[in-house]
Write a protein of this length. Structure first.
Length: 354
């Protein structure tokens, strides 16, 4: 897959996290390029309850600390990340807002930066039928991103090959829209969707910025995004009001697809962390969160549990390695290995026949 040509300055995880929830007020007023199938009649999924009611689900504190010796019924082979319980269907990886499949920061022989850092390679090594790291417009609307996601999957495996989609952050919203709203003529056959820290109910930090309380004036932000060649339609769709009043009522689950989800809880960020402000705002509004998405907003379908002590970027293996080396030097054992996390997800899918 060719590398994206997004401004390299936006590849920094600090800058990505600082920009990720900013809003663009006019984006959704534009005519979308996608002609979706009309959504089902309104049927609210919940009572729009106060999200500060805390339901952390099953805490996952050390389950993914290291790669296990066994996945499935038999021990690992000599291939480092080989799972003996193979999934029946290809795995599709769907990235989040301002994401990419690969990003070339420097010319060859320097390898490109990968969104799914080491994860795709691990899944390939474990023998999945295929692993497809899709690429969609970084910050276009959900409708546009969903259409691109569908086209990428169909181009890779065709329309009739069932796939398991594993989506991080906004990628889960793209996948839900693709499954429920795109015409059957242009969407793939999805067997299961696993969302990881997806803002299914929006983000209070997006609300905070939309209400003109953010630290960076919106016109300046819009100018920065446009100069970087990025769209701006996605941001308004991440507000809690848009998700509650528009997206969720019109994007019903497909009964033929199995839905799974995970959330995460990060410790209070350091004073200089770009996650400090969003973490505080989300915590006050909805409770435990990973710095960008709350546990409550992450829950969808069968909730598999809450990964403890992990940030939004840790979930895609963008951990601060220097921070962890210092902690390990101080005797603190690392409790999360992103590779082990995705191998466990794939193992669960295999055991359930996917």
């Amino acid at each position: 897959m060719s590398a994206s040509h997004v401004d390299p300055r936006l590849a920094s995880p600090h800058l990505v996290s600082a920009l990720v929830w900013f809003d663009f007020q006019q984006g959704m007023r534009r005519k979308c390029i996608v002609s979706p199938v009309p959504g089902p009649p309104y049927r609210r999924r919940d009572n729009n309850h106060d999200a500060r009611i805390r339901h952390p689900g099953r805490p996952l504190a050390h389950e993914f600390a290291a790669i296990r010796e066994k996945y499935g019924a038999r021990p690992l082979s000599t291939v480092p990340f080989s799972l003996q319980a193979l999934t029946r269907h290809p795995i599709v990886l769907a990235h989040g807002l301002l994401g990419f499949s690969e990003l070339a920061l420097l010319p060859p022989p320097v390898p490109p930066l990968q969104y799914w850092h080491g994860i795709k390679q691990a899944l390939i090594a474990q023998g999945c039928p295929a692993v497809i790291a899709t690429s969609v417009p970084p910050s276009d609307s959900i409708e546009q991103r969903a259409a691109k996601l569908a086209a990428g999957i169909v181009a890779a495996v065709g329309e009739r090959t069932p796939v398991n989609v594993i989506a991080h952050s906004m990628g889960g919203l793209d996948a839900r829209y693709m499954i429920s709203r795109l015409s059957p003529r242009c969407r793939p056959d999805v067997a299961s969707l696993t969302t990881i820290a997806t803002p299914h109910r929006g983000s209070p930090f997006a609300d905070y910025l939309l209400d003109a309380q953010g630290p960076l004036p919106l016109p300046r932000l819009y100018g920065l995004l446009r100069r970087a060649g990025l769209g701006t339609q996605a941001f308004e769709q991440l507000t809690t009001r848009y998700m509650a009043d528009d997206f969720n009522p019109r994007t019903d689950d497909d009964p033929s697809v199995r839905y799974f989800s995970y959330g995460a809880v990060a410790p209070s960020p350091s004073l200089l962390s770009p996650f400090r402000l969003p973490h505080r705002i989300i915590d006050e509004a909805e409770g435990p969160n990973d710095g960008l998405v709350s546990v409550e907003s992450s829950r969808w379908g069968t909730y598999e549990g809450t990964v403890v002590g992990v940030s939004h970027l840790d979930l895609i293996n963008w951990s601060n390695r220097l921070r962890w080396r210092v902690r390990e030097w101080m005797g603190v054992k690392r409790n999360f290995n992103a590779i082990a996390f995705y191998l466990a997800i794939t193992d669960r899918l295999a055991k359930e026949g996917f």
